[in-house]
Design a protein around this ligand. Structure first.
Ligand code: AVJ
Length: 327
């Protein structure tokens, strides 16, 4: 192994140590070796990527965050009345602080809030900020990868639990992974426990594509930041002038796809590995699946979650679903 590659390997492993799927370097080397080159979307979220995502959520074109917040604001009390016994809320992947605040404001009977997150910094910051604003709420951070089986602390295990998974993050999963994820959530909430989940809906293609290809170019910068990160962390030599952001709707699969498109025939080097690109060849960087209410109900029922009630925003763009474990 070359020195550059050895250094890149250790840096990547330090950055993402503990995740089952391994680090950024392996993901990039393996992903760029596929016939359809790909880099998994979870690597978007370095410091800069997390900031850019926060900017995305405030864009006019990116409706999901605004639509979901509208639902929590208007329907908060109605949601609270449907889960009168819930004592603890377990959030899968924290960092969505505007959403958790909107829902905690309505769910005044909750005693405990347990965010599960892979980032200890994110957990600590969120715990501190929420404890200040909700003094009666006990915050119990759980440091874990929410895609793996999670061991709940005893004080959470002994409560009636409501899981929270906003933001249509489930859309990043392949449908079979989403199904497996829902089964895992059932284990976390226990028998008769609930899940409150936000899921983006299918809609006209123009609205969908605009949300992932905003005129301000923020989503483009978010996508290209993967290459910036690879150059910095892995010593790759991606020429940022010769890749372009692309968002397309794949109607067959019901998903938005993001790609990074090579603007020329070119070769990229990472350590002692080379990757050749033809002009117009792409790196597939994200899937964001969209579900009609019927499709999502079908998926939920298959995973033995019974739909209790669902809501949408005034423009019928986004779905919030309250489900109950039937297992
Ligand atoms: C965080 C996965 C819900 O798919 O809408 C936003 C990520 N990517 N713009 C989404 C994202 C490009 C977002 N999720």
């Amino acid at each position: 192994m070359s020195v550059a590659l050895a250094k890149a390997r250790s840096t990547a492993f330090e950055a993402i140590n503990g995740t089952e799927e391994g680090g950024f370097l392996d993901a990039v080397l393996n992903g760029l070796s596929l016939p359809q080159k790909a880099i998994p979307s979870r690597f978007f979220y370095d410091k800069r990527g997390s900031e850019l995502f926060e900017d995305i959520t405030r864009l006019k074109a990116y409706y999901p965050t605004r639509s979901e917040l509208e639902i929590f604001d208007i329907r908060g009390e109605e949601i609270a009345a449907l889960v009168p016994d819930a004592e603890a809320m377990v959030e899968f992947g924290s960092g969505s602080s505007r959403k958790i605040r909107a829902i905690l404001k309505a769910l005044t009977h909750l005693r405990l809030y347990a965010p599960i997150d892979i980032s200890p910094e994110m957990l600590a910051a969120e715990a501190k900020a929420l404890s200040a604003d909700f003094p009666d709420l006990k915050v119990v951070p759980i440091h874990a990868d929410f895609m793996s089986p999670v061991q709940l602390p005893a004080e959470i295990r002994g409560t009636k639990r409501l899981a929270f998974f906003p933001g249509s993050t489930i859309g990043n999963l392949e449908p079979h992974e989403a199904f497996q994820f829902l089964q895992r959530v059932r284990d976390v909430v226990g028998s008769s426990g609930h899940l409150l989940i936000g899921v983006d809906r299918k809609k006209d293609e123009a609205t969908l594509v605009r949300a992932y290809d905003d005129p301000e170019g923020v989503t483009g910068a978010f996508n290209l930041n993967l290459l910036v990160r690879a150059n910095r962390e892995l010593g790759a030599d991606f020429d940022l002038e010769r890749f372009a952001h692309e968002a397309r709707y794949n109607a067959d699969h019901g998903r938005i796809e993001m790609h990074l498109k090579s603007l020329a025939d070119q070769r990229v080097t990472i350590g002692d590995r080379h990757f050749d690109f033809r002009a117009d060849e792409t790196i597939h960087t994200e899937n964001s699946y969209k579900y009609t209410p019927d499709e999502f109900h079908l998926l939920a029922r298959a995973a033995r979650f019974e739909p209790v009630r669902s809501w949408t925003d005034s423009a019928s763009r986004f779905g919030v679903y309250l489900l109950q474990n039937q297992g």
